[in-house]
Design a protein around this ligand. Sequence first.
Ligand code: EAX
Length: 319
Amino acid sequence: MLRRLIAAALLATAFMQPAFAETVIKAGHGTTTGHPTHLALEHFAKLVSEKSNGDIKVEVYPDRQLGEEREMVEGLQFGSVDMAVVSTGPLLAFAPDLAVVDLPFLFKDSQHVYRVLDGDVGTELLKSFESRGIHGLAWWENGWRHLTAKKDISKPADLSGLKLRTMQNPVHMAAFEKLGASPIPMVWGEVFTSLGQGVIDAQENPITVIYVNSLWEVQSHLMLTGHVYGPHVALFSKMKWDSLTPEQQTIISEAAKESTGFQREKSAELEKEYLAKIKENGMTVVEVDTAPFRDALRDLAATQQNIKPEMLERINAAA
Ligand code: EAX
């Protein structure tokens, strides 16, 4: 009898203090644990847990464990992925208005980027995902993209005929075609091997991505072109979003916004640290005069049907 009473009491206590979080959020990204986005997702998970008193648990899946970036975004639509932080590589297929952000040499500097993305333009672009079953949360950072190759590239002519991997992004592809390269769109997971095998000769990515993927093993030169700013967009499944209570939604929105500053600070800090390490690993780092590249791309915006002149003007006005 006594034993049964104790058992019942234990059971009651167990129900009063659930051992497991009620809501689990599966969050994936396409890069490694050394990338600022991974650190920010862990920070975000901690904030969400604190704000919800352990009711919401965010599980972070790095290294494309939930799929390549495009697959993760499709997963958001199907409800098989709850949250994903991805580059704009696959995003124009889901939110065509984002094309404007992919224009090379659009932003003057990082402050210009943050003013635009944290302002009305950024908010409108995040909202444009909604009709596609995706809830936009925040603009995090992949970083300014730079070229790497097996040779020095100082002027557009050096790109002539070069097999250059780009993201599966029509604006990036059009830009490199205009510069004379032969752009080859490819998912990230195939890039390292393809560089090693000579399927492609060159690629472009932020310093953090170049470092955490040891690209010096397959590329000898890093050209600091900073030709385009690469966001990492924090996105949520609308299906999952709609299943949350308004309180839970507020917790997630706030935690994502609060993690944005952390993520960008980490990005700036790691970029410096990783550039030094890239040099230590023997890569030749080249400063590039970007003027001829800018000139060659001056008319690009007009050739891209998804770029709204009105939005472009607002971005330029915020410079
Ligand atoms: O999101 O595909 C790319 O080049 C991305 O920059 C990378 O995977 C990080």
